[in-house]
Design a protein around this ligand. Structure first.
Ligand SMILES: [Cu+2]
Length: 157
């Protein structure tokens, strides 16, 4: 987590340098009125995806277990376990994929297995790029029902 934060700060600093430097030069040439009109826009570096899907993991079930998306959708699964530690692994390749099938889901913070600690809400950002059925499973050995704990993201064209 600390690494992400540090990276975000670095990125923000770099963005500021890149965009602020030419802006300063231009403002010398501008009149004061122009400067007042051109107020700095709010930063959009860490813009969250527009749609949030709340998901719970409990009693060896993901709820919802089936999520419908369309190609081009960007969603944030906000996943919380309410009983014990589970995990979430979403397959980026559709069911039935062959060796040359490209991935059809993109992850903004790609993690193979998101750890879902009890009571901790974990964001999983996904962009659907290809139609298909993408399976997800629990990826932390939780208990007796571990292997039944699964679901699907169905991406329609
Ligand atoms: Cu499990």
């Amino acid at each position: 987590m600390k690494i992400y934060l540090r990276r975000a700060v670095l990125l923000a600093t770099a963005t500021l340098l890149i965009f602020a430097a030419p802006g300063c030069l231009q403002s010398f040439a501008r009149s004061q009125q122009d400067d007042q009109a051109a107020k700095p826009k709010p930063q959009r570096a860490a813009e969250p995806p527009p749609r949030i899907v709340a998901m719970t993991a409990k009693d060896f079930v993901f709820d919802p277990a089936v999520i419908h998306l369309k190609v081009g959708d960007k969603v944030r699964l906000q996943v919380i376990s309410t009983d014990r530690t589970h995990g979430l692994h979403v397959n980026a390749f559709p069911d039935g994929a062959k060796a040359n099938t490209p991935p059809g889901l993109a992850f903004i913070f790609g993690e193979d297995c998101f750890k879902l600690k009890k009571g901790e809400s974990v964001p999983v950002d996904i962009e659907a790029t290809e139609p298909g059925t993408y399976s997800f499973v629990c990826c932390k050995a939780c208990d007796t029902g571990h292997k039944q704990m699964k679901g699907q993201i169905i991406v329609e064209p």
